[in-house]
Design a protein. Structure first.
Length: 252
C-alpha cells in the first residue's frame, strides 16, 4: 500500500465510536487502528468457524477503506467463503471478537489465488502489494482489552500502543514462515510469509497456524487476548488484478 495516503480514521467504523482525530501530518498505524476498531465494537463470540455470510455485514464484518484509493471488492459466498476481487485497489474488512474468543491460540483456513500481484518486497513502503493478508490482532493483556472495550474516547484508553497484529500473507518473496517487520505498522505488526507472490494457479492450499507460537517468535512475548481478525488485499502499487478467496476459517 502506498503510504502517501494516510488512513482516514473514521471510514468504515460507524456505528462504532470513531477513532480520535490526530494532529495534521500524524499517522495512525494500521494495526493500532484495527485494534481500536475491534475493541471499541465487540461482536458475538467466534470460538469455532468464522462466518462470512450469507452477508458480510450480517456477520459483523465492516469495511476499512483508504482515502483516494479504490477499495477492493469483498463478498461472501455462502457462510464459509470470502471472495476478493479488484484491480489497482486496496482495502480491509475486519471484525471484533467477544471475550469468549480471547483465549484462542490457533487458526485453520484454506485459500487460493487465481490472479494477483507478482512477488514484491513486503518490507518496502510503496511496493508491498500482496494477494491476501489475514490479520489476527491481540491486545497486550485482558486489562487493556477490557478498558478499551468500554472506552468512549479511545485517546483516553491506555492501550493505544498495545495492539499487535500477526499477519499471514500470500505474497512477497522469501522462505515459508519467515517473519518480516511491517513497513507500515512498526513494532505493532509482523508479517508471516506463507505463499510467495506469483503463485496464481487457483489451487486451494490448506493452512494451520499456531498463533501463540508464531506470536512469540515474532514479538518475543506471549500473546494477549485475541480481540479481532481482518482480511486485506493490496494491488494499488503494481496495478495487478486480484481474484482470490479464503474458505473455512476457524479459530481454535
Amino acid at each position: 500500500m502506498n503510504t502517501r495516503h494516510r488512513l482516514h480514521p473514521s471510514i468504515g467504523l460507524l456505528p462504532c465510536p470513531a477513532l480520535p482525530c490526530r494532529r495534521p501530518g500524524s499517522r495512525i498505524a494500521p494495526a493500532t487502528a484495527l485494534a481500536a476498531a475491534f475493541l471499541a465494537c465487540a461482536a458475538p463470540a467466534l470460538a469455532g468457524p468464522v462466518s462470512f455470510g450469507p452477508s458480510l455485514s450480517g456477520q459483523g464484518w465492516k469495511p476499512l477503506t483508504f482515502r483516494s484509493l479504490t477499495p477492493m471488492g469483498f463478498a461472501a459466498e455462502g457462510a464459509s467463503q470470502l471472495t476478493i476481487r479488484g484491480q489497482k485497489a486496496v482495502s480491509v474488512i475486519w471484525r471484533s471478537l467477544d471475550e469468549e474468543s480471547w483465549p484462542l491460540t490457533a487458526a485453520r483456513w484454506r485459500w487460493r489465488v487465481n490472479s494477483g500481484p507478482p512477488a514484491t518486497d513486503l518490507s518496502r513502503k510503496g511496493g508491498d502489494d500482496r494477494a491476501i493478508a489475514l490479520y489476527f490482532v491481540f491486545a497486550r493483556d485482558a486489562a487493556a482489552a477490557n478498558a478499551a472495550r468500554g472506552a468512549q474516547s479511545l485517546t483516553s484508553a491506555m492501550w493505544w500502543s498495545s495492539g499487535a497484529a500477526l499477519v499471514y500473507v500470500w505474497g512477497g518473496s522469501g522462505p515459508r514462515n519467515a517473519v518480516l517487520a511491517s513497513p507500515h505498522m512498526g513494532s505493532s505488526g509482523k508479517l508471516v510469509l506463507r505463499v510467495p507472490g506469483g503463485v496464481v494457479d487457483g489451487k486451494w492450499l490448506t493452512e494451520r497456524a499456531d498463533l501463540a507460537a508464531d506470536f512469540r517468535r515474532a514479538f518475543g512475548r506471549d500473546p494477549g487476548p485475541l480481540v479481532g481478525i481482518a482480511v486485506s488485499a493490496d494491488s494499488d502499487d503494481t496495478g495487478a488484478s486480484i481474484d482470490a478467496a479464503i474458505d473455512g476459517l476457524r479459530l481454535e
